[in-house]
Design a binder for this molecule. Structure first.
Ligand SMILES: C[S@@+](CC[C@H](N)C(=O)[O-])C[C@H]1O[C@@H](n2cnc3c(N)ncnc32)[C@H](O)[C@@H]1O
Length: 499
């Protein structure tokens, strides 16, 4: 054995050889029994979402929030806050055989005062996902990525169109692959980091999953020419001069891995299949996101929806990704090198993004871009209906057909409004209810009139068109084209539904 191979072996973490999912069932059942869910964890810690669980708040969590010391509080301390439990606390949540099993597996370890977890365990979508500890500011090359807001965003936005085959690229802890295995017949998860795959295999066993296969390799390479109904990916995207940390560094442009994933979608996706990639969106001088997407996907036909949230300026973003616990000269050099990397790539602004697409070879491509607020609930239904509605609309062969349909307000809408800015300028908007995607994008007056028309019950297209003529003729002349686009946009955004 070469020295390198020894290193590879020792860097693996979970001792799962020969283990079956049934062996881990008692631990899974305990986590379920104590309701270790993301909603409960956020509620106990008083945070909005996963990424707001911060090391600097530790004294507040321990001394003020988790004072009840219920089994759930103890699980949070052990598996999310890297805090030890004493023997009695541990024995009150796990039986002695379960404690032994956890130790044998490598999930927990013992020190003089009691037990501590050697990993983090994240609840997400009803499952549990082990990764390396989150409270770190120095990473080894093969550190296993603790699910962040990006991971949760993809998990919450994954489209369930009953896929037969799903591919999860850059699977890491396997979080999306394992969650997708609940609605997909078969799933393949790929990662370049062998250590991450050991965690992913452990997570599959823990979550009682046996239809996911994990393969080691570079992006699509391990799956050859196989085609999938759903392709998921959360690739590394932080611009860096070299890939020194596998989970994070997206080469110099930040988009190198995204570029390879998007260019490979066409050859690995089945007709009408979906692909979804969570990534940082880079806005470069003189280039729209629409142009970027076209360059990546053309000449194939895709219906694309890009969701953007939490815009960031370059300098604060760079500073967030630099370790400042170091000598000043080294720090200064790192900041300068990184900023130069951004500058040379022409990056001006950044945002969190989720790119979703449907491959429709026979229907011309179309593209939607929406600014959204991140939500800590499932929103995949909204993405799917957006992508589907574009496809449906392409089949409307005449405005006559549009006129014959009946329309009503979508059940996802809480209310719509007509408002006024301070300066007197008018605005119109709509609020989606809790479990859907919220929209910041405002509507136009014509959209608002249509919503007002259908607000007291279903109306057909002809009635809407006539009413629009009456109520909007003092603003604009309503022709067939305007009627068509007004209805189309409301359908696309999931604000209006056909009956
Ligand atoms: C940001 S993490 C995402 C992990 C997980 N999917 C999640 O959402 O939490 C990115 C993952 O991509 C993997 N990776 C980086 N380059 C890769 C490549 N060329 N091929 C396959 N996986 C890669 C890393 O090892 C890491 O596990």
């Amino acid at each position: 054995m070469k020295v390198n191979d020894v290193l590879k072996k020792t860097s693996i973490h979970f001792n799962i050889s020969g283990m079956k999912k049934e062996d881990l069932l008692p631990i899974y059942n305990k986590l379920k029994e104590y309701e270790y869910t993301e909603e409960n964890v956020f509620q106990r810690l008083g945070v909005k979402d996963i990424e707001y669980i911060l090391l600097k708040y530790l004294p507040i969590y321990l001394n003020f929030k988790l004072k009840e010391n219920t089994p759930l509080d103890r699980l949070i301390r052990l598996f999310l806050l890297a805090t030890p439990l004493d023997e009695r606390e541990m024995e009150e949540i796990f039986d002695p055989e379960e404690i032994n099993l956890c130790r044998e597996l490598g999930l927990i370890s013992r020190n003089g005062n009691g037990y501590f977890s050697t990993v983090d365990l994240f609840p997400c979508g009803g499952g549990f996902f082990a990764s390396d500890h989150r409270f770190k500011n120095k990473y080894t090359k093969n550190y296993v990525y603790p699910p962040g807001l990006d991971s949760y965003m993809l998990a919450r936005g994954m489209i369930d169109s009953k896929p037969k085959d799903t591919l999860d690229l850059c699977t890491g802890s396997g979080i999306q692959a394992i969650l997708a295995s609940r609605f997909s017949e078969k799933v393949v998860g790929v990662d370049i980091n062998n250590r991450a795959l050991n965690f992913a295999r452990f997570n599959a066993l823990l979550n009682q999953t046996d239809n996911v296969e994990f393969l080691q390799g570079n992006l699509y390479r391990p799956v050859g020419n196989r085609k999938f109904d759903l392709i998921l990916a959360n690739p590394p995207f932080v611009p860096a001069p070299q890939q020194s940390i596998m989970f994070r560094d997206g080469e110099k442009s930040g988009e190198a891995i995204l570029d390879r994933i998007l260019k490979g979608v066409r050859t690995h996706i089945k007709k009408n299949g979906h692909a979804q990639i969570v990534t940082l969106l880079f806005f470069k001088k003189g280039e729209t996101y629409f142009e970027k997407i076209i360059n990546w996907l053309a000449p194939a036909n895709f219906q694309v929806l890009v969701l953007a949230s939490r815009y960031k300026e370059v300098e604060p973003y760079v500073l967030e990704h630099v370790d400042y616990d170091m000598d000043y000269d080294a720090y200064s050099q790192q900041v300068t090198t990184l900023l130069k990397t951004y500058q040379s790539s022409g990056i001006e602004k950044l945002a969190d993004g989720l790119i979703s697409m449907r491959y429709t070879p026979d229907i011309p491509s179309s593209f939607g871009f929406r600014d959204v607020r991140p939500v800590n609930k499932l929103f995949s239904k909204n993405i799917k209906s957006f992508l589907d509605s574009i496809v449906d609309i392409s089949h409307f062969d005449s405005p006559d057909k549009l006129r014959r349909c009946n329309y009503k307000l979508s059940g996802d809408i809480d209310f719509f409004w007509e408002g006024r800015y301070k300066g007197g300028k008018r605005n119109w908007g709509v609020l989606f209810n809790d479990d859907s995607l919220s929209i910041d994008e405002s509507l136009g007056k014509l959209h608002w009139i249509v919503l007002d028309i259908v607000s007291d019950g279903t109306k057909n297209g002809t009635m809407i068109e006539e009413e629009l003529h009456k109520r909007a003729s003092n603003i604009i002349e309503i022709d067939e084209r305007l009627f068509f686009y007004t209805i189309q946009r409301l359908l696309q955004e999931g604000i209006l539904e056909k009956e």
